[in-house]
Design a protein around this ligand. Sequence first.
Ligand SMILES: Cc1cc2nc3c(=O)[nH]c(=O)nc-3n(C[C@H](O)[C@H](O)[C@H](O)COP(=O)(O)O)c2cc1C
Length: 213
Amino acid sequence: MNILHIDCSPRPESYSRQLSAAIVQKLLEVVPGASISRRDFSAAPLPHAAPDYATTLSSPATLAAPLRGALDLSEVLIREVEAADVIVIGTPMHNLTVPSVFKAWIDQILRAGRTFMSTPVGKMGMLSDRPVFICIASGGVFAGDRANQPDFLTPYLSEVLGSIGLKTLQFFPLQATAFLDRDQATSAMDNALATIDLTVMAKARRPVTVKGA
Ligand SMILES: Cc1cc2nc3c(=O)[nH]c(=O)nc-3n(C[C@H](O)[C@H](O)[C@H](O)COP(=O)(O)O)c2cc1C
């Protein structure tokens, strides 16, 4: 089994990093020996969409005759997703949605004719589904009774990942990090981790049945 592990936070002591690492650890417990592909968009950010890439994506005609090398990075990143049996993402909420380093990845993996088809009723995913575990850390509260800001992150990620065929998503929100002391943070992370549903591993690219899950 291959796990694609993505982190986006610029903070070394990041909660979303700690949570995504804990999820990966949990997966390694149920599938020992799984390999891990790593993308750290803070340590190694992707470039924003380059002129040749944007020009190639600008119409069906230009996509049919791509500029030389324009799709290379996109192809590498899409193949990483295709090779993953399961994907684990750690991301902060930045200004109500995903940080721009993560958006740069999204801009490379959503590609017409490659990961989705454009139809009159919207995008249709071309990738096979697989579990995606998404750990979100936010300084304030965006879900539940105490929410004091809108959430453009969860619905946005559900939509973009769903549009390429990734529909089995589990979100692990860790909220109000600005107000947590060390003990509260540990218990919030334990609580978030406890909500994991490993039965979805049956939907992995190479399905895994987790006993007792
Ligand atoms: C540029 C920036 C924008 C942020 N915007 C929000 C926001 O819109 N809502 C929120 O609740 N927290 C916001 N925060 C706080 C982070 O979500 C919070 O510190 C979170 O714990 C960061 O994730 P991490 O712990 O994985 O680094 C922002 C932080 C930064 C640096």
